[in-house]
Design a protein around this ligand. Sequence first.
Ligand code: NAP
Length: 248
Amino acid sequence: MIEVNKMDLSNRVTIITGASRGIGAAIAQLLARHGAFIVIADINLIGAGKMEQKITNEGYIAVCTEVDIVNEASINKMVNFTLEKYGKIDFLVNNAGVNNNTDINEIKIEEWNKIININLRGTHLCSKAIIKEMIKNKFGKIVNIASLAGQIGGLKVGPDYTAAKAGVIGLTKSYARYGAKYGINVNAVSPGFIETDMTKGRDDPKSVPIGRLGTPEDIARAVYFLLSPLSDYITGATIDVNGGLLMR
Ligand code: NAP
């Protein structure tokens, strides 16, 4: 039997990286409205502060902190800040990412390294630092934001981004295997074309079977499901949220 409160996230301490805007901001707002205590972690502290204000003005709980997800000292500061504030970490959403649109023949090594480093290594570094805290509590859920690009090859993004996001799907499975014995679920959400600053000018709604681009809220709902008790038996999975683009 399904209990009615299965979607309640009350008091669940949730770190969301890259949550000052776009998909991360929508995730932060939705989870806060369902009772989670949100840590908005972003390289852009001013943007993160504005998001904190927006959520607290609605009467929900959020704090912000600065993080650069490729810098281990910065990640440790984010973890310590959260533990000092709330005493535990229940959920991590690895959302921060950067993309590009550079042709295979044009990519410079510096760009390749940056894209792989932030999207793939950043996800690993945050997971590694935070899963340790989850293990102590024998509970936790991690959701990684992958990309349709990693499943079908980038339509309008570079091969480095595509490879990094395919890597995120693999990393999700590695962490899922590792975390399972400690009561920790690790899954990914793979967005298609979502209307955010990242995709401005590259959108093409006609190519989407459902007939519209996705919204950040479409992704937030899948993340919410994966953090709720409704998904307790799901781990190592990737949920496709792309309006049908994957089957096209
Ligand atoms: P966005 O609007 O560009 O937001 C990304 C956020 O991440 C920004 O706040 C950015 O800060 C932050 N960030 C970048 N590098 C960081 C770092 N090193 N440490 C901490 N924060 C950092 O992107 P979005 O469209 O919401 O995308 C969110 C996630 O979904 C990304 O992982 C992206 O790859 C993935 N995704 C998006 C789409 C789409 O169609 N939009 C599709 C598939 C997957 P700044 O403001 O300083 O840049």
